[in-house]
Design a protein around this ligand. Structure first.
Ligand code: KG4
Ligand code: ZN
Length: 344
């Protein structure tokens, strides 16, 4: 069965063809970074318009890349929640039109849950129950999963997502959008122990995350404390290149420590979980990947890290989870609507 996966929840227009839920035949991602760079973040209306212009050519490219035509498709999956409502509407409308025209099943997929599926693409099936970690620009959550389609959230961020914190810290350091990969680059050659930045614990059993305190500490470390009129004594330009590297590295280290701290708590509380599924844009961060590998090895967990190209938003993870849902008897009809929030 060939599934077309469509993803338009934020600033990537993506489509992919996946066979039997795991074998990726093609995956095309059109990023809009250049359209939003001057605003320092994603502008929803600009994103919506770009999706409208790009969705048809991107689906065509995915079909061509897989060497198939529309008539070969067996089902269509679309990320219909969570995300920016205008961008989601474009993908959902395209998926509904195609599914109706072709007379094939339509499956709405939760984008955050799809990130957890990214590590299953191209591989064998791990044992369940599993722990799941999503660290992206919009979400930082830990799950207990009985299967890819049956999951319960154990904890989530109470303020910023970790990717969002990376992006804001990058801005404070004078780096361009998207900040995460640029901050990782700057952190190379920096000393992660040079600044002691806060790692939130939120009570001894909490599996929630908080990154706002770290974000503020980073702001003050770079720019100093503001005076009573809100004026900061320094900018990032007052630091040497090495000092900026040290700050970036310390920030990255604090984020990784916060993630592994909560994962350790989740693993302690769920000893029957022998698998760790991970996903989301921040899993493209090499020091985090290294830390997750070390954590999994220490705990004897079967770690599934997505391939780099499937860490950030893509259509393949959507197609994969859509196929999984269809196999579990879950299907949608043309009343499927975009929803800005996640299911759980
Ligand atoms: O999963 P994703 O593409 O979109 C959301 O669903 O949010 O994640 C994007 C986020 C951005 O915040 C981006 O800065 C972050 O992932 N990111 C990274 C890296 N690559 C992407 N953060 C840290 N290090 C990276 N290498
Ligand atoms: Zn995402």
């Amino acid at each position: 069965m060939l599934t077309l996966g469509i993803e338009t929840s934020c600033d990537e227009t993506a489509a992919a063809i996946v066979e039997d839920g795991v074998s990726v035949r093609s995956s095309v991602v059109a990023s809009q970074h250049e359209l939003h760079a001057e605003y320092g973040g994603v502008v929803p209306e600009i994103a919506s318009r770009a999706h409208v212009e790009r969705i048809v050519p991107i689906v065509r490219l995915a079909l061509d890349g897989a060497g198939v035509s529309l008539g070969d498709l067996g089902s269509i999956g679309v990320g219909h929640r969570p995300g920016l409502i205008g961008p989601l509407l474009v993908g959902v409308s395209a998926a509904k039109s195609l599914a109706w025209t072709l007379g094939i099943p339509l499956i709405g997929v939760d984008h955050v849950h799809a990130h957890l599926y990214a590590g299953l693409l191209g591989g064998d099936r791990p044992a369940f129950p599993a722990l799941g970690l999503v660290v992206s620009g919009g979400h930082s959550s830990i799950y207990r999963m009985d299967s890819p389609t049956v999951l319960a959230r154990l904890g989530a961020t109470i303020d910023d997502a970790v990717g969002e914190a990376f992006d804001k810290a990058a801005t404070v350091l004078g780096l361009e959008h998207p900040g995460g990969p640029n901050l990782e680059r700057l952190a190379q050659g920096g000393d992660p122990k040079s600044h002691e930045l806060p790692i939130s614990r939120l009570g001894k059993d909490s599996l929630d995350f908080s990154f706002s305190g770290l974000k503020t500490a980073m702001l003050y470390a770079v720019r100093g404390r503001p005076d009573s009129s809100g004026h900061f004594p320094r900018t990032h330009e007052d630091h040497s290149e090495q000092a900026r590297r040290d700050l970036a590295s310390s920030f990255q280290h604090a984020c990784i420590s916060a993630i592994t701290l909560k994962l350790a708590r989740a693993a302690d509380a769920n000893p029957d979980c022998r698998t760790l599924l991970t996903g989301g844009g921040v899993t493209a961060n090499t020091p985090l990947r290294d830390a997750l590998r070390a954590f999994a090895e220490e705990r004897g967990l079967d770690l599934r890290l997505p391939e780099m190209r499937f860490c950030v938003d893509n259509g393949a993870m959507i197609a994969g989870l859509a196929h999984e849902r269809l196999c579990a008897g879950i299907e949608d009809d043309l009343t499927l609507a975009p929803v800005p929030t996640t299911a759980c």
